[in-house]
Write a protein that binds this ligand. Sequence first.
Ligand SMILES: [Zn+2]
Length: 318
Amino acid sequence: MLVRSGGHAIPQNTLKNSIQCSGIGLHSGAKVNMTLHPGAPDTGILFRRTGLPSSPVEIPATWEYAIETPLCTTLVDPAGGAKIATIEHLMSALLGCGIDNAEIELDGPEVPVMDGSAAPFVFLIECAGTLRQDAPRRVIEIMKDVSVSEPDRAIALSPGINMSVDFEIEFDSPVVARQSWSMHVNEGAYKRDISRARTFGFLHEVDRMRAMGLARGGSLDNAIVIDGDQILNPGGLRYENEFVRHKVLDLIGDLFLAGGPVIGLTRGVRAGHALTLRLLQTLFADRDAWRLRDMTEADLAYGMGAVTPPARAVAARA
Ligand SMILES: [Zn+2]
């Protein structure tokens, strides 16, 4: 059943067992209990919010249900308006661990921030175990170039032979400055090179963010905090270029809102959650720009190099 011409199809995965954790929301500061449950084949990632008068409210984790919010990715229930914020690190861990189907139950408005990276979610998924399902994994294959941009930032998709990302950031900060990262997204590289990278912020912005109702739960326990040319966290950085790796972590989570792995190269320059969401809206508005198909071993087999030069040309035009 899982064989098609051109290579063996890759099966879908879900969690073997349910697993629970609790923590605080980065922006709300509220304590949240979260349980990851197995999901049926072809159901994708589904969030379920409990603890509301109208609950439970179910929201599929796809771009159609995502809204632009400052500093995080938020799902909204179009019927009742219930929201689930800061889903991107968990979505990133699920994609990075090859989980296609899961139900995520939360009793609060935001996914717990944990340590500000995806590593605690990878650990949870590994503790729950992975179960192969008798259905082929579906991918979104990019068929032509798509890009969105603003004056000083851009993000572009182009056809490619696997799921690759290439990202560059530049901050007016001597600690961050200019950093770039390219990778072929696979489970080993994700866990090793990306999952532990934490979110970050600047001390001088904390007061302004809190006045906006953001970062109320933020602390040195769940974010890298930069003050001038200093990193305030006593343990320093986990990776020398942890900042751009975290942006790649965010990008992988946001791209999963396509509904499956995106086969092609995604190249971002200073792009954030809002621009990535606009990229997905632009992609899916053009029926010729993508196709849905089964994933095969060929999608996993190649490295990064072959697709990089044309994609750089695309990004330069973006
Ligand atoms: Zn993030």
